[in-house]
Design a binder for this molecule. Sequence first.
Ligand code: PRX
Length: 682
Amino acid sequence: MNEQDTPTTSQQASSAQVSSAIDTKLTFADVYKNSIDNPSHFWAEQAKRIYWHKEPEQILDDSNLPFTQWFVGGETNLCYNCVDRHLEDLAEQDAFIWLSSEINQELMETYPNVEQAFSDLGNNVEFYTDYTKRRLTYNDLYKEVNYFADVLQRHGIGKGDRVIIYMPMILEAAYAMLACTRIGAIHSVVFGGFAAHNLAIRMDDAEAKMLITVDAGLRGGKVINYKNLVNQGVEQAIHKPNHVLVVSRGILPFEAQPIDVDYATERRISCQANAIVDPVWLESNEPSYLLYTSGTTGTPKGVQRDTGGHAVALTTSIDYIYDGKAGETFWTISDIGWAAGHSYTIYAPLLAGMSSVMYEGLPHRPNPGIWWRIVEANKVNILFTAPTGVRMLKKQDETWMTRYDVSSIKSFFLAGEPLDDSTANWLSKHLGVPILDHYWQTESGWPILCHTPKFDHKPHKKGSPGYPMYGYNAHIINEETGEPCAAGEKGLLAISAPLPPGCLTTVWQNDKRFVSSYFNLFNGKEYSTSDYAVADEDGYFYILGRTDDVINVAGHRIGTQEIEEAISTHPEMIECAVVGIHDELKGELPIAFCVIKDHSLTESTESRFRLEQQVIGAVVKSLGGIARPAAVYFPQALPKTRSGKILRRAIRALAENKPTGDMSTLDNPPAIDAVKQSMKDY
Ligand code: PRX
């Protein structure tokens, strides 16, 4: 069976639901000025977009910068705003349209238990030749989230408890996130591509009481044994969870551990009891979730998000930045393990009463037309993804794009990594809609720079992700002096405190690290994005790369130090440096330079190959395939400064065959030749 075009059965939401609190005839300049000059007034208006169980007593408390509190004393619940609030007007509208191109009719023979597993989980799916689909109304979502919350509560999870969610792109992951926020538990989603070690670090840092996972995931047809990785992670963690809640998809049989709990069995109990769980009202500044992200050290930071500010910021962004409306369909093609998936696959579209597409699958499987077919069949209005996915499609036969009716698309947003002209042009040529680069970070949770299609729609400038969004007093400053940079002058992209609602409020259990990582410049008054940028005369910004050792692989942020730490576990290793080099498809790729104890091991091709595989294996085992070095070289030394700091910038230049720049601080000049030689040997 091949799915016909099915117009959505969605009813339009009443506009009051996501009412724009400010007259939209205003220009963007007016909106921006108001947000910066009078933040309390601006955000008090935006706060009307969500439901407050108790109205805030104070809109902004900036008496203890850089710690900022928004909507102080207000009480709300994120899940209530995403789900319950829509039951009156949108009960029969799709909340989620879930699609998996990893599971289809033909695969049913390979995985004979999958169909039964869907049914055991109450998942009413439709099988097609190229994908499986489930439409889930707001009413359905309400029921499932309540069952999930009931299961959590029956297993001892309550307000403030941390729950790790390590799952692929399936609806149960969305239920789990929403169920946590319903009962005030703090979720921390861990990207499914990460390995056991990553999981263990997060379990320990968050001191998670429960871990939620699946038997297995599928990626490009390859089975990923989540359960096994979880078993290893639990084994490695010092702080072990009380329970591992397993959503069995019927893909891979597994041996249950004593702490395992079967979700389908527990769901049945909750379903039979018609369980309804009252939302727990949280003070606006209480945490909703943690999302770990890479920084300059080997230990990821637990970015902590609040509740009220997060809900207000995301709801406002759907209107003011994405120009989305209740009843429209939003598709963010990102994993829920990343900030984009958190904000724009799960929370923001639901907060705004939209239908959100959740997709498990690759851009080019079963064929490079899959995205456009999904757009056509589901009348997707707004798309958002990272440029890497588009670059993958750009390599394929162009006619895939023209086979489907994609006229429902209003705009296509890109973020996470630099958008090159050729990718932007390719999309624009085929879609004929605005292709809008925008810039943000895990820490901000919503766009900092954008070309918004809303308001007077300032003209688009190629190569720029836009201009600062309302609420962000963003500017470019000289790294050393803190003085503002003139137009055309490179500097650090900084944001003056207070940060607007929705941005990180601290690093989990580590206020000190919050200050030292982000506010160590200029008396704690400037938030450092750790990105270099330049602005033009018209106030458009251009991103020039990170100031730290974080690299960006296919829109995924990875700390080179995390990779170096994994490599250092190899017994032969004396020291190593990992740098990111430019890659046409993925933006950047990690390359490792390793100094080993017995250099003679690199003399024969076989033993060098063995070493190389061991180094790659150590990285994949520790961090997952996403961090796999594209090449491993074995120089006899690494260039260092007199104070012993490895000159990664020089190594990167050498790896990219570019000039190394000023080498006057170099302590060991022969190391430059050693690095060059190691690449020649390869
Ligand atoms: O270096 C910037 C780059 O990605 C970093 C943030 O990555 P992450 O925390 O994973 O959040 C992604 C949220 C979409 C930034 O510090 N980056 C993000 N967007 C862009 C970008 N670089 C260039 N252009 C962009 N549009």
